[in-house]
Design a protein around this ligand. Sequence first.
Ligand SMILES: [Fe+2]
Length: 205
Amino acid sequence: MQSTTTNSTGLKTTSKITTGPSEIHIYDNQLNDALLDEVYLKIVERGGMAYPFFHVDKPQDLDPTAQAVKKLVREAWFKVIPPKFWPRNGAAGWEVWHNVMYEGDNLDYHCDVDEKASEVVHPHMSCVIYCGPKNRITGGELALDLNSQQDYEFIRYKYNRIVLFSSHLPHQVMPVKYIPDKKQPRVAISCPIWEHEISPNVQAY
Ligand SMILES: [Fe+2]
């Protein structure tokens, strides 16, 4: 069942999609635009993909680009996402990636897991933040597989949107078909919350 709110530019909205044991929540226009824009510019300029684990209790332990990303992740999790979605016993922090996608790019079907664990271990909740461009794009939808049988809920890209979803849901990002300004790629930050610390595959940072 989906409860939708009419979106107009700049309007704060929250939507909820319930699918049996799974939850999907969408928060629009609730993050600080200036911080989003700073993060967007830094990511497009800097490249790279993965960050060290972001500890909840260490707000200032990273380089300037990662620090701006961390500020945004903290704003999303502390100010927008309701506390009921945090782990009951508290969180260690967030595993953070960003994805920069141009026309033709996609992200393959996967589940968010601890990639270094020998068994399947999911985060407590998964989360993505859309940072730019501000213009509408075609394609690049987040496709959440509701029952592992490719029964998808498609969520379109939108500037200043947070998508929070149950971490057991497999997902992919559909191919980006059209971006109005070719120099302004689709940038998303993935920031699932973990009850315990994991070791991200830090390759580019
Ligand atoms: Fe993911």
